[in-house]
Ligand binder design. Sequence first.
Ligand code: PMP
Length: 429
Amino acid sequence: GHVDEFSALGSDSLLALREQLQKEYLRLQERGLKLDLTRGKPSAEQLDFSNELLALPGPDDYRAADGTDCRNYGGLLGLTELREIFSPLLQVPTAQLLASDNSSLSLMHDTVIHAMLFPLPGGRTRWAEVERPAFLCPVPGYDRHFSICQKFGIEMIPVEPTADGALDIDEIERLAASDARIKGMWFVPKYGNPTGISVTAEQARRLAAMPTAADDFRLLWDDAYSVHHLTDQHTAIAPILALCAEAGHPDRVFVFGSTSKVTFAGAGVSFLGTSAANLDWFQGHLSKRTIGPDKVNQLRHVRFLKDADGVRKLMERHRESLAPKFAKVQEILTEGLGGTGVAHWTDAHGGYFISLDVLDGTAAEVIRLAKEAGIALTPAGSTYPYGKDPRDRNIRLAPSFPPVADLDTAMRAVVVCVKLAALDKLLGN
Ligand code: PMP
């Protein structure tokens, strides 16, 4: 139905609306719901798309193309044929792409800890020797990136988007050039977590070219959603590794990716793509940690995916499963909150999330209200460094896991909570 802008309503109308919402909220609580919109996990239906993996590579199949016995030790870089499949998708030449075990997050974690303990190519000291090393963190962002920095004592400098919601590239350039403590930047370049926003060609070029005060500055380019389209308008991003090389900063970037949301979230394969010098550096450390990756799992992925087109076809099935869920969330948000002026949200064309901004100062309250009605939302502040959202307004919604019917119920409840918290705020409780 028609919704009025809350700020245009007089206090009588606001009070009446609040009374109505309080009743709706009580009815919600009576339903004893138990629903979860917290983590971006694939649904069981999505995991089923890759069940063939469970029977691969098969009883007599353990040789890689070059004759390597995948059951044995070795092969630190991973199977060439797997790296060839993901080379075009991650825009990294096969020779510069390492394939590893199930988690790209562990590759990111290791990259940071190695850089803390050993100088990077081009760097004079290890990061741990720098007084107050720091990272740029475009916000809202991915909590697990922030946890890595927090664990190792790397200060996080949040970079808010511009007024129109874009990456603030001017501010990033200014900060990176001004302070040698700033050693890196976390970035999800495509279908970002949680905004769904993708880097433009011009922004990528500027990130590759910008002068940095630190001689060992690194972009941690987490291309987690490179093939995770939600529409048939596929977003393409610029090849950052090539751009960095062209700009005279060949060692600036580490590209990460994985099949966690392609095949099995807990049993996929991961990738690290970077310059030859960075790769040597990383492999030198990796070789102390392991004799080689799980090549049987890599081989089973090769047999199942076959080639880059095999990946693209599989991602079409994911899209068919996910797009109706994202559409459902959009529909309910628009119907329930459109025109109220107390919420704004993103409409992602890919990835796993919708970023919902509620009225300033009410996100924690929305999450509390939802929790007490049986709906789990990501904790307030989790999209910000140190869990501190200065405006207490951002909520990450993850529609992938629940079935559409549950999503419908959960989102209708979230709408009630958003409006109720806004009215309480506007009416000064
Ligand atoms: N990066 C981003 C941006 C993510 O959203 C996720 C999963 N939520 C990951 C990394 C985790 O990747 P992996 O499963 O490969 O460790």
